[in-house]
Design a protein around this ligand. Structure first.
Ligand SMILES: C[S@@+](CC[C@H](N)C(=O)[O-])C[C@H]1O[C@@H](n2cnc3c(N)ncnc32)[C@H](O)[C@@H]1O
Length: 204
């Protein structure tokens, strides 16, 4: 578990003490099945690909449009592309402070994913993307830098534009879980959590 000093996170923790508790419903998949497409690259997301079909069925998610914030090598993007007609993946492709190394992987990722015609990669900072995109999606995946403020900002925008938003690393980063809790409280959506694979928060 990675806990670091971030003013906004501790402020949210204190604020939460005075508010009604947000119930976190444990998500236990009824079935697990590997999707059609699984990329052979490293990812902390491994394991989640096998619950996607269960999640889509359980929460009755339509499968036309999916948006992902945080592509990296493309593991989750490709898994999602097994289910959705169109997947847009937004990433700066230079990593962040939680990933250890700062490197430019845009060209490699674009080439690796080029055979998947329903994936569109956009080299953008999520902060610029959310200023310009007015559309709605069937599912949005948030897996960017794992600070409270970035997860909250990106996640709150996403919660207003999609019936279902999933957040990776709710178990490994308390700041991510706190951001999902705050968004659930504000929007009245319910917070489900799959505890394996570093944790997946599901807001519906
Ligand atoms: C944990 S990785 C994503 C992992 C990926 N979902 C997978 O399946 O393995 C986080 C990604 O978020 C991207 N990122 C970090 N901050 C960002 C920002 N402000 N805007 C867009 N992308 C960002 C990084 O470049 C990195 O590729």
């Amino acid at each position: 578990m990675k806990l670091e000093w971030e003013y906004a996170y501790w402020q949210a923790v204190l604020h939460g003490l005075t508010k009604p508790k947000v119930p976190v419903i444990e998500y236990i998949p009824e079935k697990r099945r590997l999707p059609e497409r699984v990329l052979q690259v490293g990812s902390a997301w491994k394991g989640i690909e096998s619950i996607l079909s269960d999640l889509i069925e359980k929460f009755e998610v339509k499968t036309d449009r999916c948006l992902e914030f945080g592509v990296d090598y493309g593991y989750s993007t490709v898994a999602l592309s097994s289910f959705f007609d169109n997947v847009v993946g937004v990433d700066t492709f230079v990593g962040d402070k939680h990933m250890g190394s700062i490197r430019d992987i845009y060209a490699d990722t674009r080439d690796r994913l080029s055979t998947f015609k329903n994936i569109e990669l956009k080299r953008n900072d999520y902060r610029d993307w959310i200023l310009n995109d007015q559309s709605t999606y069937d599912l949005i995946h948030v897996d960017i830098i794992h600070t409270y403020s970035d997860t909250y900002t990106c996640g709150r925008w996403s919660a207003h534009r999609s019936k279902c938003v999933i957040f990776h690393d709710t178990q490994s980063f308390p700041a991510v879980k706190a951001a999902v809790t705050a968004i659930a409280r504000e929007t009245g959506k319910s917070f489900h959590e799959f505890k394996e694979s570093n944790g997946l928060g599901i807001l519906v």
